[in-house]
Design a protein. Structure first.
Length: 547
């Protein structure tokens, strides 16, 4: 193309795949935006330039004054008169035997999410992205932290250069480029929808979506993205969703509700109050629970404080409060730090019955594919269980970790307590090598099970110390010297350390390790065990009985 020629204009198309079998595409709109609704979107006639069968709907929201204009009006009189109007447009585009909703402006907020095929963009990315083409990853952990992470990669880098594992996180969005993108669609944003740049000819967009649909139907998932296809979204209309809601509601209120047999047998792994993605806790001073005109504030984002607030606003039983009760975060000056959202969007949950796992996060239910969990459990079964070999002492629940480690050393001459004994690295950092050193060469790392957060620290500690003992001579020398000063009998053991690494976990109520761990902890353990094997170390686990 010569420099005189103009480049074809392009738009960003935000495309959602509708569920199969939806006969009336207007049902893909939320009721208030359908024909006859109080904010109905008006149909827009199409010309011959639109693909045959395409339907367009458009509407305008209520004009509002921007918050910044209101606040600056005293200094600059008159700007509070400014108003902005949110416009939304949805184009329903027929593609092969399916329909896509192509959204502009605030169009996506008009969609009924039960009519959308969740994860379509992610499933496309799992087949068409190469790991090295991922420019940004946004994910949410399924653990007590419910932490959202966003990792951006500079040009020429790879996501794993930053120590981020694609597998094992609850990936919500991937941003990158399609492999072999001859049409130069640019950066593609993949989530529930797929967002890409294309020329304004909707026939081309229709053709591109047809290829994407075929890729998702028949393309092979790249191994690094296998976790994407393993999370199966559940629709609100499914009976199991109502039953799971009842289970979560009873757990939140600590009520012994009558539950169906299939959910009553679920083991609880995670239940926590967890702010949505767009809430930054550093900006939050307090939270407010609202129910039927009553408002109660609480400051700490914990389940116990939430329960107290729910009791004060009059929530008693049933599951309707998950939708009816609203929660909002506020900053120190009283301005909202979040939207006013139903309580369910502030809760995470995971429960399991054998290989069957249900996960609730971001206000939605998912089932983890049984084949995935079966494979995960099979991988974890390869990690040696040395509970009987080490015969660690029982752990009295009133003891802190440091006291437990001292008790183990006093109970058995086969253990040396290295807890809180730090060794210097060649970079000048000071790190703990292990909690207990066993005479047979096991580097034992000890933690009481309090959820995924504590285990993440445990697994990471074991892998980091083993790696440093192998590559950092300063660290290794410091450890041998430390052990010799503490007990010369263990000097030779210390000099051969990093051959065996044991994760010793204190549990109650007969919880099995690793089978009874939350999914994220299982994946995390598998990843660190793989890392240890690559270092030439043998990973193992040991169960400590809490009494």
């Amino acid at each position: 193309m010569s420099s005189e020629q103009k480049k074809e204009p392009k738009l960003r198309f935000n495309c959602y795949l509708l569920i199969e079998g939806l006969k009336d595409v207007q049902k893909a709109l939320r009721p208030k935006y359908r024909m006859g609704g109080d904010q109905e979107l008006v149909p827009i006639p199409a010309t011959s330039k639109a693909p045959q069968g395409a339907l367009a709907f458009m509407g305008a929201g209520t004009p509002r004054t921007p918050p910044w204009a209101e606040k600056l009006d005293a200094a600059f009189p008159g700007i509070a008169q400014l108003e902005t109007t949110p416009y939304r447009m949805v184009v329903f585009l027929p593609v092969d035997s399916r329909w896509f909703a192509v959204c502009f402006g605030y169009g996506s907020s008009a969609l009924d999410w039960d009519s959308i095929e969740a994860n379509f963009g992610l499933r496309l990315a799992a087949r068409r992205f190469a790991p090295e083409s991922v420019q940004e990853l946004r994910s949410r952990r399924i653990d007590v932290t419910a932490r959202t992470q966003s990792v951006s990669v500079p040009a020429g880098g790879e996501i794993r250069d930053f120590g981020v594992e694609l597998e094992g996180e609850f990936v919500r969005k991937l941003i990158g480029r399609l492999a072999e993108d001859e049409d130069d669609r640019g950066t593609v944003v993949a989530g529930d929808s797929v967002i890409f740049r294309a020329g304004i000819d909707l026939h081309d967009v229709q053709s591109e979506l047809s290829q994407m649909l075929e890729d998702v139907r028949s393309g092979k998932v790249k191994g690094e993205f296998s976790f994407v296809d393993s999370l199966v979204p559940l629709r609100r209309s499914e009976s199991i969703v109502n039953e799971l809601d009842a289970l979560v509601a009873s757990a939140v209120l600590l009520k012994d509700e009558s539950l169906s047999a299939r959910v009553a047998k679920l083991d609880h792994h995670v239940l926590e109050f967890a702010p949505p993605d767009d809430v930054h806790l550093e900006d939050v001073d307090h939270f407010q629970v609202s129910n039927r005109g009553k408002d109660v504030q609480f400051t700490s984002p914990t389940l116990s404080e939430l329960r107290s607030a729910l009791g004060q606003v009059g929530v008693r039983r049933g599951k309707s409060f998950l939708n009816n009760v609203r929660v909002q975060a506020f900053s120190g000056d009283g301005t909202p730090a979040s939207m006013l959202l139903p309580l369910r969007q502030w809760l995470i949950f995971e429960g399991s019955a054998g290989a069957l796992r249900y996960i609730h996060t971001l206000g939605r239910w998912f089932r983890l594919d049984e084949a995935y969990t079966t494979k995960l459990d099979a991988d974890l079964a390869k990690i040696t269980d040395v509970t009987a070999t080490l015969a660690l002492s029982d752990w009295n629940e009133v003891w802190h970790e440091d006291e437990y480690n001292r008790r183990v050393e006093s109970d058995s001459p086969d253990f040396l307590n290295c807890d809180r004994s730090l060794c210097e690295t060649e970079d000048g950092d000071r790190l703990e090598v292990c909690d207990l050193l066993n005479r047979s060469g096991y580097l034992v790392h000890v933690k009481r099970y309090n959820g995924s957060q504590t285990l993440s620290h445990l697994f990471g500690q074991g892998a980091v110390s083993a790696e440093l003992l192998r590559i950092d001579s300063t660290f290794k020398t410091a450890f041998v010297s430390l052990v010799e000063n503490m007990n010369p009998e263990f000097k030779d053991v210390a000099s051969q350390a990093a051959q065996r690494v044991t994760y010793a976990i204190g549990v109650t109520d007969g919880r099995t390790i690793p089978g009874g761990l939350p999914t994220f902890s299982k994946v995390n353990l598998r990843d660190h065990a793989k890392r240890l094997r690559l270092l030439g170390a043998e990973p193992s686990i040991a169960v400590i009985k809490l009494v």
